[in-house]
Write a protein that binds this ligand. Structure first.
Ligand code: ARG
Length: 623
């Protein structure tokens, strides 16, 4: 048995610090601010590297010459490195593996099932606002992104010791309900609603927009219905709550399929009672004022479609990541009096409107109430809004508004780009949408193809298909920089080769199968484990990747970017596959080598499973 000391910080952090220290000691204290220790990709012959280009600029020196100076003056003896060399403006560090492999193993053994976690978040609460689909509309692909990214951030922050509160801010209020109510009042079909609620509601929504072109009275009726709803009218309220319930039931099915859950599901409507008071306080404090809206563009402020980029995502031919929130929600005419927070002085192109001329509230009004509630209830040190990039202007307005109103909490918009689907343009209003349930069903069906000829029971195959199909969809999203638009590509998503969910799951099942065959499951119980036996390049390369897991998680949390973890896991899988092909494990030459390699496999399996689980992806044991 291999006895490890208890954990205090991960070895790689100490080793990085030492690398920095070495360079600073030689190039001078000024270097401290301008150097960063990098973790080069596998296969370039350096375990850590420090580029000197930024420092060279500041010191007006030649980076190659500086690197050579370090390499000449340094004495690596007694350090974690056995070689420190210069290469084209970089200082390259090579681990002294007689020490490092032991340290990396100790990290793992000391932390067991918590390897990779940290306590950096203890005592801090983060509220994450994610998913937030709109009722009476299908769950859009944009909401899928928010759901998947939000859930990954949730898992990551929990693992780092934060108290995390997931709040699903359902869009269940707003003028679009006036439209649906007006449409249902005219053409509603009870049976269709019963059979497929969001489809039926979508049809009503589409028909409303088609007929409103020729019949302007429809818009008037919609406004009246929404006013009734806000006034608490019985019929309006009853219909609305039925639509709400039916929609939530559909959303629940999708969440089940995705394996997602929330601590709270407080929709926008939850805050209705507080809105008048909030608007009044904003007026009293002088932050908000009665005003006419300067121009039509500005009149759309406070609405997410105001986007500031001109036009909604629908109009741009992309999938509407906002789920097609209604740009007409303001319904503000040119010279009607509204209540707004002027923001021009702060170089923000449009004011934030809090109340329309007919007295009704807006998205932003409910947003304010929501934040007040969150602050009072949970005292967060940070609130994250995982919402599409098309709402960036809106969040700029909103964050400025809360600062002016004196609400003191750190708020961060965590934006993401759009998904382009192979089917082309989508538009909620025109009824051209892809239903998420259909998309997931297709993913599961395609995943079924992958395992259909395997020697497994039908039940096993079904379960694997579900895990793999859902993973493919989630991973396709999470492996991309969230700020970029992504193109949905079935082939790439489902591929067993390349950077895909199924590929990573497959790598995991390979590791899991070795462990199963070995009959071992606890690294700490491997009698003949000796880290110093692992000296082959494939072995140290793998160990080096494993050692990196903790810092990747922290980096992902720091930038709110789960793709760091995805890409890391991909790199780990590639290094593992190289090891798998070149190093016999169960048939290793000696018992020491066998146990030591088994330990590597177990660690790899752990990191793959844990890393994927942080992304919200479950692994089958076989596939
Ligand atoms: N329901 C909104 C939409 O579909 C997203 C809400 C995001 N959260 C928030 N606090 N604004 O666009």
């Amino acid at each position: 048995m291999y006895n490890a000391p208890t954990m205090k910080g991960y070895a790689l952090e100490k080793i990085r610090d030492e690398a920095r220290g070495i360079v600073v000691a030689i190039l001078g204290q000024e270097a401290a601010e301008h150097i960063r220790v990098e973790f080069p990709p596998p296969g370039i012959g350096a375990d850590l590297a420090i580029p000197l280009f930024p420092l060279a600029k500041v010191l007006r020196r030649n980076p190659n010459e500086m690197a050579s100076e370090v390499a000449e003056k340094v004495d690596p003896s007694g350090s974690y490195f056995d070689q420190i060399s210069a290469a084209k403006g970089f200082v390259n560090f090579h681990f002294d593996w007689t020490q490092c492999n032991k340290l990396f193993f100790e990290d793992f053994l000391a932390s067991g099932d918590a390897y990779g976690s940290a306590e950096i978040g203890s005592g801090k609460t983060v509220v994450i606002d994610y998913s937030a689909p709109n009722i009476a509309k299908p769950f859009s692909v944009g909401h899928l992104r928010s759901t998947v990214i939000g859930q990954a951030l949730y898992n990551i922050l929990i693992f780092l010791g934060y108290t995390v509160i997931g709040d699903n801010h359902i869009g269940d209020w707003g003028t679009q309900f006036g439209k649906i109510l007006a449409a249902y009042d005219r053409w509603g079909d009870e049976k269709a609603l019963e059979e497929s609620p969001t489809r039926a509601l979508l049809d009503l929504y589409v028909r409303f927009h088609e007929e409103a072109v020729a019949d302007p009275s429809l818009e008037v009726a919609a406004r009246e219905w929404f006013a009734k709803l806000e006034a608490g009218d019985d019929k309006a309220t009853q219909l609305w709550s039925r639509f709400r319930e039916l929609s939530l039931r559909e959303f629940e099915r999708i969440y089940d399929l995705l394996g997602v859950s929330f601590d709270h599901t407080l929709g926008e409507s939850f805050y209705n009672e507080r809105l008048k008071d909030i608007v009044q306080r904003a007026l009293d404090s002088g932050v908000a004022e009665w005003s006419t809206v300067p121009d039509k563009d500005a009149s759309r402020s406070g609405e997410k479609d105001a986007a500031g980029k001109g036009g909604t995502s629908e109009e741009k031919g992309n999938v509407d990541a906002s789920g097609g929130r209604d740009s007409t929600e303001t319904g503000v005419g040119d010279d009607e009096k509204v209540i707004l927070i002027p923001l021009a002085k702060y170089d923000i192109s449009a004011p934030l409107i809090l109340q329309k001329s007919d007295g009704t509230s807006l998205y932003a009004t409910r947003e304010l109430a929501t934040l007040e509630h969150r602050v009072a209830e949970w005292k967060p040190h940070e609130v994250l809004y995982v919402v599409g990039a098309e709402q960036s202007l809106y969040f700029t307005q909103f964050f400025k508004a809360i600062e002016l109103l004196g609400i003191k909490v750190k708020c961060v918009h965590v934006p993401f780009g759009m998904i382009r689907l192979p089917e082309g343009r989508m538009s909620t209003r025109k009824g051209r949408v892809i239903f998420l349930e259909d998309l997931l069903a297709e993913a599961i069906e395609r995943a079924g193809e992958i395992v259909k000829d395997r020697d497994l029971s039908d039940e096993e195959k079904q379960e694997i298909a579900r895990l793999v199909g859902v993973a493919a969809v989630k991973y396709a999203d999470l492996s991309q920089d969230r700020t970029k638009d992504i193109v949905f590509d079935w082939k790439k998503m489902m591929a067993l080769e390349g950077n895909s969910g199924p590929y990573l799951q497959y790598a995991y099942t390979r590791a899991a199968s070795i462990m199963r065959k070995s009959g071992e499951d606890d690294v700490g119980e491997l009698e003949n484990l000796d880290p110093s036996a692992l000296t082959e390049e494939e072995e140290t390369a793998l160990l080096r990747e494993i050692a990196r897991f903790p810092e990747v998680i922290k980096q992902a949390a720091g930038d709110y970017k789960p793709n760091y973890i995805a890409n890391y896991l991909f790199s780990l899988s590639q290094v593992f596959n190289r090891f798998y092909v070149n190093c016999a494990v169960l048939k290793a030459e000696t018992p020491v080598l066998k146990d030591s390699r088994l330990a590597l496999v177990a660690m790899t399996a752990y990191v793959l499973r844990k890393g994927l689980s942080l992304l919200g992806i479950d692994c089958p044991e076989k596939m």
